[in-house]
Design a protein around this ligand. Structure first.
Ligand code: 13P
Length: 251
């Protein structure tokens, strides 16, 4: 049995005061980490404050990082820096970074390797645009992302990786993939992992769905056999909703 993982991706939202208010509100209201991993991926500016105040059942993640440990890369944050703050997770290859900041598969593969080296669990985002869903090329696209992005990892690392299937047409649009499409695609990702790394790795790796997940649709998504969790943008910003989303993953 795979433990569910519910992660909020705050994107470029929340000041320090707003982030602190959130963490105080959720801390004592989350189910045990033995049953579900509850994660907030926050802007760099509040990571330290959140890690210091995270309750026993909450973990904090970053939304991006450089693959180098240090160097002349103005404006970048390294895996060593995140590790030193006590951050537990890092999102890699979100479609907003791939599409707006030219993040390549080659960079993602180096970032995944660097994350594991520095004790960060990466959440790798994959997913297609509407065009690729409609013309049927989504399978080739997602398989290609998996092959290229995971190519530096050992099997032991792949089984600890979290993959988030985020169809770009469902992000921030209110247009969620149906539970059937989401499950079918997460199942396809699991089959790709099985072909590349074997059955036991494919059984262990956790695959999330992301894209307009909210309190009203999470239960139907989590009821699907191949969906082990959710990566949630807008609906993760309110403490009360985040608690509801995490609890719904246990039903
Ligand atoms: P929304 O939940 O706002 O659609 O965002 C999804 C997402 O991009 C999470 O990484």
């Amino acid at each position: 049995m795979r433990k569910p993982i519910i992660a909020g991706n705050w994107k470029m939202f929340k000041t320090r005061d707003e982030a602190l208010e959130f963490v105080y509100a959720v801390n004592n209201n989350l189910p045990s980490i033995d049953k579900v991993d509850s994660v907030i991926c926050a802007p760099f500016t509040v990571l330290r404050d959140l890690v210091k105040r995270q309750g026993e059942n909450l973990r904090i993640g970053a939304q991006n990082m450089h693959f180098n440990e240090n160097g002349a890369f103005t404006g970048e944050i390294s895996p060593v820096m995140l590790e030193s703050l006590g951050v537990s997770y890092v999102i890699i290859g979100h479609s907003e970074r791939r599409d707006m900041f030219n993040e390549t598969d080659e960079a993602c593969s180096k970032k995944l390797k660097a994350a594991f080296k520095h004790n960060l669990t990466p959440i790798l985002c994959v997913g297609e645009h509407l065009q690729e869903r409609e013309d049927g090329s989504w399978q080739d696209l997602i398989r290609g992302q998996i092959i290229r992005d995971l190519n530096l990892l050992s099997s032991d690392e792949v089984e600890k990786l979290v993959i988030a299937y985020e169809p770009i047409w469902a992000i921030g649009t209110g247009k969620t993939a149906t539970p059937e499409i989401a499950d079918d695609t997460c199942g396809f990702i699991r089959t790709c992992i099985k072909d590349l790394y074997g059955e036991s790795v494919a059984e262990k790796i956790r695959i999330q769905y992301g894209g307009s997940v909210k309190t009203s649709n999470i239960e139907a998504l989590m009821a699907q056999p191949n969906i082990d969790g959710a990566l949630i943008g807008g609906a993760s910003l309110k403490a009360e909703d985040f608690i509801t989303l995490v609890k719904a993953s246990l039903k």
